[in-house]
Ligand binder design. Sequence first.
Ligand code: ADP
Length: 519
Amino acid sequence: MSLSLYSAYRQRQLEALLEISRALTSRLDLPSLLRTILHYAAEMVGAEVGYIALTRPGGGMRLATGYGLPSRVFNALAPYLAQKSADPDFWSEAELRRQLAIVREALGAPLEQAIALPLVLEGEQSVGGIFLFRSGSAAFSPGDRSLLRDFADQAAIAVRNARQVEQLRVEKARVETIIENSPNGVLILDPEMRVLVSNRALSNLVGLPPEHIRGRPCAEVLQLQNPTGDHLCLSGRPLPPPTGVWYGEGDIVRPGRRRVTVGITYSPLFDRNGHLLNIIATLTDITRYREAEELKSTFISVISHELKTPVSLIKGYASTLAREDAPLSPEMVREYGRIIEEESNRLNELINNLLDASRIQAGALQLEIEDVSLARIAETAVERFRTQSASHRFELDFPADLPQVRGDEKRIRQVLDNLLSNAIKYSPAGGTIRVGAWREDHRVIGYVADTGIGIPPEEQKNVFERFYRVESGLRRSTQGVGLGLYLVKAIVEAHGGEVWLQSEPGKGTTFFFSLPVAE
Ligand code: ADP
């Protein structure tokens, strides 16, 4: 090659490499990049046919792009390459000859010369190879090989970049999916404590759509009440970088919805120079845990109080009866015996209620459903209560044609007993207690109405909760653990019915319940 020819050739090579570098830094996709590289490489060494094959993540190789390669050659080569891998054997002369033979036969062209270069970056495994073929008797020279090396390097960089970008995309998508679908609320904050990212669970917890969360100071998004522990959002500025995480707890109060207690973990994220990049806040709903804790302590205090009274009465009267020196008339013995029996009944009832409550909680309330007459159950219940309270007047209000209901007689009796005993307890000045029912479509609606102390409007939604007792002058003087209405509600709901109430403080209360009509 003459000097001027050589320098023109050299010039063309540099132009080609420059062109490829430009293409690499532009945002071209991998197939277009590889096509450009292969095109220039083939042109520079005067190859008529060529291809780039890439390793596949699962094994085997795939044809990424071809030059002067009609589809019939493509189809002949692809299955052959699919069962190969880029191990040392793959770069042997014999292997190259085999590929030359496949291409020559499929193409029907007198190709004689072949060259292959692995796409490999320093210290890394080969990601594939460039293969070029030409006709004629002039073999590829070491000069051709070193020239092609540059193109192979460029192709290796293109493949590595594309794979890294793809890997980043997959990892980003993975992290986004984890964040979005996490059952915990997540907030990613900037160092100024503004929200950059939030997820679905967080929207549910704070009751705000994502567009009302992003970009806002986190103190506005998390308006916590009763906070304890570290509250970065509420403290304004971030604390100096500590080792580890901050933890706080507090209540999220959302208008018209139930209070949610959350535990928040704040984890800082620093860059390589130790500058704070983000704070990641993770919120866990600990309402149930808190409620269970509160319930446990209420349970212990209520039960110990309610158990102590009858037990100490029973013990006192029993030990008096057992004393040999006590001068007891037969009337006194009978009276003490009656008190012991009454208090034992109370204990028994309390234990049964506790057992029922735990059965309900475990979802194990069994009903024996049959056709029953609500009027008859109410009559016998009222008879029993009439003898217990002289200061109350009882009225029954059942239409003669009231249909029977589908229900468990024992449990319906329990509902009426609880409502009647409350009506008596919470109308200490006496008055009328009316029990009745009417039919409405496919249900019978029963009620127990009193003219007692009533229930303040803000307390009405609470009275069906376990161990809940309204704070009133009567709370201390009346017996009860706050399980009666909880059981009433659970029993009625197990029948497919509902419970509700109407009440006016000072005037009285009516509890309603529905049961399915028997037909
Ligand atoms: P308990 O009677 O053992 O306290 P309940 O679950 O039966 O428990 O009732 C819960 C609370 O609801 C009572 O403590 C009382 O404050 C209130 N309550 C229930 N029934 C009535 C009623 N008829 N009138 C006024 N308040 C009532």
